[in-house]
Design a protein around this ligand. Structure first.
Ligand code: BDP
Length: 477
């Protein structure tokens, strides 16, 4: 007999009678997997975002609080296309004029010490660490070394690593060309005793492997980026369909990372590049996708996922476009949305204040696994588009169930929970997959969030279509 877990059908509200698909997830307590990094949660912003030192500042309390709410040990990556046309205000040497892809002169982002001091305060206030990208494209290693040294001096031990260039696969003809451009930078930066990471390529797994083989010993972690596709392509079914091919690719990357005993981080990632897909990247579907993506990556050993975002202005500038935020939105929440890139997990700016986007809540669910050891499990989801993850941390067994199916509620039987007695359940839900607001990740208070496991180690959870649940069970005493 399966005891009933918290979150009964009556609480879910949106369960349609008779349409539930039976799903079974058997946790294999005897088959431990990878340990999830404490720094699993990451965000990525353009270097151009630092043009306003008030953005990443300890005085920006609303943003500090949102970062802290996401993770006590997150990692902020500063980089993106704008890092490859940023100049350091303190550099005294001659600099070549950089060109836009259309051939005209590129207006540089001028980075000043004030911005780094403010950023250092922001990092101290949030407890987050920093990964910082320097301009490879300009071809001036001395400026990068000076900037790296300044970042280290100002940010101190909160600096995890400097990365050299952003997605150099988009402007270097092949790996050898990249390596040749990169090498003098690495030499100059290493002389200043600053840790480096890379190659921060957009997509090329072969570059990551080659880089690991050549430079693994000199790096503190390996990196590349991930986006599902380019906007305006993309749709909710496409996003929630998952990306099996990429998962397989990550397993290859992890072989190289493991061989060199290096962590691997997705230093920039999100649903759809070219700014995100409206109605998908900023809708509740992105929360389910984000939670699933983070856990799928963590399960394979990825140490951190940095979701890219920030103000519309900074991201549009990175794409060589100008931001059109003229559309006068009525309420504050809509105005914050209007000034923010579509895929950003946090909306707003210094003037308007900040608020979480749907993706933020998905990240919050996945963050519950930080520091835990993944467990293998046997999932039989039948025809439902549903994923399940289990992990152990101290005395707790953690389970995430993500029902990405738009058409089927799921009736989930959990098995193999022997030794665990009871716990609590939280739900990630919104009125619809399309919802841009009203997303919650909360205890299922109406139904009583208590979860009880029966003496056979079984329990049962109803999981409405387009929602997720996180369960934390404690050992029986
Ligand atoms: C990445 C770039 C970033 C862009 C993003 C996008 O690193 O600067 O903002 O794509 O296209 O490739 O949205």
């Amino acid at each position: 007999l399966a005891a009933t877990c918290g979150g009964l059908a009556r609480a879910a509200g949106r369960l349609s009678p008779g349409s539930s698909v039976p799903v079974r997830f058997a946790v294999r307590l005897e088959r431990p997997g990878r340990v999830v990094s404490d720094t699993l949660t990451g965000l990525s912003y353009e270097t151009g975002q630092l043009a306003d030192p008030a953005f990443f500042s300890a005085d920006n309390h609303a943003l500090v609080q949102l970062f802290r709410a996401l993770s006590p040990h997150g990692v902020l990556r500063i980089g993106g296309n704008t890092s490859d046309y940023t100049v350091w205000s303190e550099h005294r040497g001659e600099l070549p004029v950089q060109r836009t892809h259309k051939g005209g002169p590129q207006q540089p982002v001028v980075l000043r010490p004030e911005a780094l001091h403010a950023l250092a305060g922001f990092l101290r206030a949030t407890g987050w660490n920093l990964v910082f990208g320097v301009n490879l494209k300009i071809g001036v290693p001395a400026m990068a070394a000076e900037l790296s040294k300044a970042v280290k001096q100002i940010v101190g031990d909160d600096l995890l690593a400097i990365q050299i260039g952003n997605e150099a696969n988009n402007y270097e003809s092949d790996y050898a060309a990249f390596d040749a451009a990169w090498a003098p930078y690495a030499t100059a930066i290493r002389e200043t005793d600053v840790p480096i990471a890379g190659p921060d390529t957009g997509a090329n797994t072969d570059w990551v492997i080659e880089y690991a083989n050549r430079h693994g010993a000199d790096n503190v972690f390996l990196s590349r980026h991930y986006y599902r596709e380019a906007a305006p392509k993309g749709s909710i079914p496409d996003l929630l369909g998952g990306d099996a091919e990429f998962c397989a690719e990550i397993e290859q990357v992890m072989q190289a990372a493991d061989a060199h005993h290096l962590p691997f981080r997705l230093t920039e990632a999100n649903s759809y590049y070219l700014g995100g897909r409206d109605g998908v990247s900023n809708a509740f579907a992105s929360a389910l996708w984000g939670a699933d993506f983070m856990l799928a990556m963590a399960q394979r050993g990825v140490a951190g996922i940095h979701f890219h975002g920030g103000t519309l202005e900074s991201v549009e500038a990175s794409l060589g476009r100008s931001a059109d935020t003229a559309a006068a939105a009525s309420d504050l929440s809509a105005r914050r949305d209007a000034v923010t890139s579509r895929y950003s997990a946090i909306a707003g700016n210094v003037e308007l204040g900040f608020q979480p986007r749907p993706l933020f809540y998905g990240m919050s669910l996945a963050q519950q696994f930080a520091g835990a050891r993944m467990l293998h499990g046997q999932l039989d989801a039948g025809s439902a588009n549903l994923t399940a993850y289990a992990a152990q941390r101290d005395d707790a067994l953690l389970i995430a169930l993500i029902n990405k199916d738009a058409a089927h509620d799921a009736s989930v039987s959990l098995a193999g929970l022997n030794g665990y007695r009871k716990g609590r359940l939280m739900r990630l839900r919104a009125p619809a997959l399309e919802s841009r607001h009203d997303v919650v990740f909360e205890s299922d208070a109406d139904a009583g969030s208590a979860v009880v496991v029966d003496t056979h180690g079984l329990c049962h959870v109803e999981l409405p279509r387009g929602s997720a649940a996180w369960i934390r069970l404690l050992r029986s005493v």
